[in-house]
Design a protein around this ligand. Structure first.
Ligand code: ZN
Length: 415
C-alpha cells in the first residue's frame, strides 16, 4: 500500500470512530454529536495542511489556501464532499472525498503548484437523514436555499432544523470560531466520491469522470379492470388489473435493459384493490421511477413507459392512466472539469471511464452555481450505504492522485 493510501485510510478509520454503529457500520446523522466530532477532526487536518479554517451559517466547513496578497473575498476553487452518513452506512461515502481533498491540497500547497485560491469543503446533511431532503449544505452554499429556509426544515421529530444547527455550531465554535455567512464565492468544484455501484469494479476501470447527475422522475400508473368473484369468474372472462400491472413491470425491466446503461426503471410500490384473497383485482396501481442522465433521455423513457402502460392495458382489456409525474431534472456536469479529470488520469497512465452518477451528490447543486465535476473510484461489489462499503487502497491512491492533478489543471484552466 502506498504511504498516501495508508494515510488516507487511517484518517477514514479515525472518522469512522466518530459514530460507530453496533451493527458494524457508521451512523453520523447530519448535525449529530458524532457528525460534529468528524467535522472537528477534519478541521484539525485542514489546519495541519496549512489551510485557513472557517464554517458558514449552516455548518459547512471550509479550509482555504490563498496566495500571498490575494483578495480574501475572491472566488475559490473547491474540492470536497460531505461528512454525514446514512444510518449504519459505510466509511467511504462522502468521507473519502473530504479526506482526499485535504491530502491533495496539502500536496499542491507544499509543492507550490497553485496560483489561485483553492480550498476543501465538507458539506453538512447531504444524506437528508434528519431533514428528509438531501444536499442541504451544498444547496445553501450554491445559493439555492436561504438560511431561513434551511433552519425551518423539519427534523423527524417535527422540530425546526435550526435547533440542531445551533447545537452543532456551538460544538464547532471551539475549534473553528464563529460560524456565519455563506462561505466563499466558488470558482469551481470537484468532488471525489466512491461510485456506490458496481460498474467500475466490474469493468476493472480505476477512475471515472462523471458526465451528469441523473434526473429522477416518478409517476403512478393505474390499471382498471373489474373486481369479481375469484371462484365463479372463468379465467377467460376476467379483467384482472394485476395482469396489466405485472406485464407493465416486466415491460419496464425490458425498457431499462434495452437502453444499455443509459436509464434505469424501477417499480418500487404496487397495490391492488380491493385486496382480498378471493377477489379478482379490479384495480392495480404501480409506481414507476425513471432515472437517466439527460433531459432528452428522460423524456424518451417517460414516453416509452406510458406506451408500455397502454400496451399492457390493451392486452388485458383494462384502462390505464398515468398520473402525477414529478421530476428532478438531470444536472449536467461541466465539460471543462470533466476534461481536466480525463487529462489528469491520462497523464498518470490510468484508465478513465465517462459515466453518469445514478445517485444524487453535492456536485449537482454546486453545478448550478459554478463549473463543477465529479470523479469516481470503484466500490468493491458495488456495495454502499452499508457497512461492507469498501474501496481498495490502490484505487484510493489513484483517486487522490487524479484529484490532485485535476485541481492543478483547473487552477489555471478555470476563469
Ligand atoms: Zn455521498
Amino acid at each position: 500500500m502506498s504511504g498516501r493510501a495508508g494515510r488516507i485510510l487511517r484518517r477514514l478509520r479515525a472518522l469512522a470512530e466518530a459514530g460507530p454503529d453496533p451493527r458494524g457500520g457508521v451512523s453520523r446523522p447530519g448535525f449529530s454529536p458524532a457528525h460534529a466530532r468528524a467535522v472537528l477532526l477534519a478541521a484539525r487536518w485542514m489546519r495541519d495542511a496549512g489551510l485557513e479554517v472557517s464554517a458558514d451559517a449552516v455548518g459547512n466547513l471550509y479550509g482555504v489556501w490563498r496566495p500571498r496578497g490575494a483578495d480574501a473575498s475572491g472566488p475559490v476553487l473547491l474540492a470536497g464532499s460531505h461528512l454525514d452518513t446514512v444510518p449504519n452506512g459505510g466509511r467511504f461515502d462522502g468521507a473519502l472525498g473530504v479526506v482526499a481533498a485535504i491530502d491533495a491540497l496539502a500536496a499542491l500547497v507544499q509543492r507550490g503548484a497553485l496560483t489561485r485560491p483553492t480550498g476543501v469543503v465538507a458539506f453538512v446533511e447531504e444524506e437528508g437523514t434528519v431533514s428528509t431532503t438531501g444536499c442541504v449544505g451544498s444547496r445553501f452554499a450554491a445559493g439555492q436555499l436561504e438560511l431561513a429556509a434551511v433552519r425551518s426544515l423539519r427534523d423527524p421529530d417535527g422540530r425546526p432544523l435550526g435547533e440542531r444547527i445551533d447545537t452543532f455550531l456551538e460544538v464547532l465554535r471551539r475549534e473553528v470560531g464563529l460560524a456565519s455567512g455563506r462561505g466563499p464565492r466558488v470558482r469551481g468544484y470537484l468532488e471525489l466520491h466512491v461510485e456506490q455501484g458496481p460498474v467500475l469494479d466490474r469493468e476493472g476501470v480505476t477512475v471515472a469522470a462523471v458526465e451528469a447527475v441523473v434526473g429522477i422522475a416518478h409517476a403512478d400508473v393505474r390499471f382498471e379492470g373489474a373486481a369479481n368473484h375469484a371462484g365463479t369468474t372463468p379465467m377467460d372472462a376476467r379483467r384482472d388489473a394485476l395482469w396489466g400491472g405485472a406485464e407493465f413491470a416486466l415491460a419496464c425491466r425490458r425498457l431499462g435493459l434495452d437502453r444499455s446503461g443509459r436509464a434505469v426503471v424501477t417499480n418500487g410500490l404496487i397495490g391492488v384493490e380491493p385486496g382480498a384473497t378471493n377477489v379478482v383485482p379490479g384495480a392495480c396501481t404501480v409506481r414507476v421511477e425513471v432515472r437517466a442522465p439527460t433531459s432528452r433521455e428522460m423524456d424518451e423513457v417517460r414516453r416509452a413507459v406510458e406506451a408500455a402502460a397502454r400496451g399492457a392495458a390493451g392486452h388485458h382489456r383494462l384502462e390505464a392512466t398515468v398520473s402525477g409525474w414529478q421530476e428532478i431534472a438531470p444536472q449536467a456536469l461541466d465539460p471543462g472539469v470533466q476534461a481536466a479529470v480525463r487529462e489528469a488520469a491520462r497523464e498518470l497512465g490510468l484508465p478513465c471511464k465517462i459515466m453518469p452518477s445514478w445517485a444524487g451528490h453535492d456536485a449537482a447543486p454546486m453545478a448550478a452555481a459554478a463549473p463543477a465535476g465529479m470523479l469516481f473510484v470503484p466500490s468493491v461489489g458495488g456495495i454502499s450505504h452499508a457497512p461492507g462499503e469498501y474501496t481498495r487502497p490502490e484505487h484510493v491512491a489513484a483517486g487522490v492522485e487524479v484529484l490532485e492533478a485535476a485541481l492543478a489543471r483547473l487552477d489555471r484552466a478555470l476563469p
